[in-house]
Design a protein around this ligand. Structure first.
Ligand code: ADP
Length: 503
């Protein structure tokens, strides 16, 4: 494991701290909002006022036209329509267009400052005639204009106002509707707004500063605490800080806690591995040396049995070293699959036969049931190793029952191999870890066992290199079932027909 002491010191990071970042973003956003308010309220107030009033007039005009078409335009409806806006409205019927424009007022609603009441009747008639000509000339039949005190029109002496006129034919008769309203002088409003905005800006900036500070602290400080706590990770310790306000930060803390656990576990495994490997190497070596010395010194000890014992121990040693090498080769990714299409059913049946011959004398019974030929494309040696490792375990841990059952079940796409024993079983709590390298359930008696503790790790690596599904089920003192599935190779026809073998 890498050591914290050996780690390079962190390079000086010139990036801003997270709370500075959050603070700056928050303040920038607040300033942007305030700026926008100033621009809209002070600089464009005039335009916005004119724009919304003109829009209001347009929609009032279309409502009047609609009511006229439906024949429901009367004083009451009209008052209801315009009183909110305080628009003055006059609907005129065009009785003659030439040589002079003759109009007749049909309906009107006037508010204080109405155009009709602020100019003479003669001027108003003149204005109506000009409005008629202008609306008739306009392609949309509508005109709108604002009248300023500076403009040299008949309403020169009036306050600024907005006038909207539209020409609308109903049943062949033309109606000219004039909507007008006095425009409230903007300057005093702007002055009032400016004062209010200044107060608001001051308060808003103050509030934004406080909020930005709180927000940046509440997000950044848990992160800073986690970052500090995480510095102890390389040594495998991590004390999670108190729960934070936000879920992601808690999740980060939990994840780091799991990483620390994993690091500790991996360090423990590594230590265990070294201890176990050295022990497992030393035990047979001691036997070999001991027996060899006895045989050297005492002639009557040079029996075939003692020689066999030495050979057996040496073989066990070779097997163990071979297992270690295989595992490290697979782990390093150095193993290259020598794939070929072969019948897994055939391989299983041969292997089970061999075990029957080898272990039958010791009272083991093996049954094999298969659904038939199972062509797969894989490395036969590797698959053979998987099967042997699982069968060895079934033999080693089958207790007194000594019964082992092997199945090969076919589905449309896969063959599933199951190896069942009725032996000592595995406690539920240990099941998830038995495929770990050098993991042994029965640690107290591990020396008495024949296994190297890496058989299942090899099985796992090989099966995972094929992306195969695998697993184990077990019940203590009842037995275990190990299974794996491999995808079937398509060309089934090339292989021998199905066969069944039972014992
Ligand atoms: P070993 O060489 O010790 O058998 P493995 O990696 O093959 O190592 O297995 C790991 C551990 O899983 C074993 O030590 C044993 O405790 C447990 N185990 C494996 N197979 C079985 C089984 N069929 N029944 C009970 N326990 C088993």
């Amino acid at each position: 494991m890498s050591n914290a002491l050996g780690a390079e010191p962190h390079k000086k990071n010139r990036k801003p701290q997270i709370h500075t970042g959050i603070f700056v973003w928050f303040i920038s956003f607040s300033l942007f909002i305030i700026g926008l308010l100033w621009i809209l309220q002070i600089f464009f107030l005039d335009d916005i006022y004119l724009y919304t009033t003109r829009n209001g007039m347009q929609s009032t005009a279309s409502s009047i036209a609609m009511m006229q078409e439906k024949g429901i335009l009367n004083k009451e409806n009209l008052v209801e329509l315009v009183e909110n806006h305080r628009f003055s409205v006059a609907v005129h019927k065009i009785e003659a267009a030439s040589p002079n424009v003759v109009t007749k007022e049909m309906l009107s609603v006037n508010f204080t400052g109405a155009l009709a009441e602020n100019i003479t009747a003669a001027d108003y008639r003149k204005l109506l005639a000009s409005l008629y000509e202008r609306t008739a000339a306009s392609p949309s039949g509508t005109i709108s204009f604002d009248v300023r005190p500076t403009q040299n029109v008949p309403t020169e002496d009036l306050a600024s106002r907005l006038v909207y006129a539209f020409l609308h034919p109903v049943n062949g008769v033309e109606y000219l509707t004039v909507i007008d309203t006095e425009l409230v002088p903007i300057a005093p409003t702007v002055a009032l707004l400016r004062f209010m905005l200044s107060v608001f800006t001051g308060l808003f900036i103050l509030l934004a500063l406080v909020l930005a500070y709180i927000a940046s602290r509440s997000i950044s400080s848990p992160l800073v605490r986690i970052s500090r706590a995480a510095k102890a990770l390389p040594s495998g310790s991590f004390t999670p800080p108190d729960k934070a306000l936000y879920r992601e930060i808690d999740e980060l803390s939990d994840t780091l806690g799991e990483v620390a656990e994993e690091l500790k576990r991996s360090e423990r495994f590594q230590n265990e591995l070294i201890a176990n490997v050295s022990h497992d190497l030393r035990t047979p070596l001691t036997t070999v040396i001991g027996y060899s010395e006895v045989m050297r010194d005492f002639e009557n000890e040079r029996t075939p049995e003692n020689c066999q014992l030495v050979i057996d121990e040496a073989r066990r040693l070779t097997d163990f070293v071979q297992d270690l090498l295989t595992l490290s080769r697979i782990q390093a990714g150095a193993a290259v699959h020598q794939t070929e299409v072969f019948d897994l059913d055939g391989l299983l049946s041969e292997t089970v036969d061999r075990y029957r011959r080898l272990k039958g004398v010791a009272g083991f019974t093996f049954t094999y049931q298969s659904d038939g030929a199972a062509p797969i494309n894989a490395d036969k040696t590797e698959l053979s190793q998987v099967i042997c490792n699982l069968l060895n375990n079934a033999v080693n841990y089958s207790g007194d029952s000594r019964r082992i059952e092997v199945y090969a079940e076919l589905s449309d796409t896969h063959v599933t191999v199951k190896i069942r024993d009725f032996g000592i079983g595995i406690p539920k709590s240990e099941l998830p870890r038995i495929f770990d390298r050098y993991y042994k359930v029965d640690k107290t008696h591990e020396r008495a066992r024949v296994g190297s503790g890496i058989g299942l790790a090899i099985v796992k690596r090989i099966l995972e290199s094929y992306g195969a599904d695998y697993g184990a089920e077990s019940e203590l003192h009842v037995g275990s079932l190990f299974r794996f599935s491999m995808p079937l190779h398509k060309e089934v026809a090339l292989l021998p027909p199905a066969k069944e073998d039972k014992m």
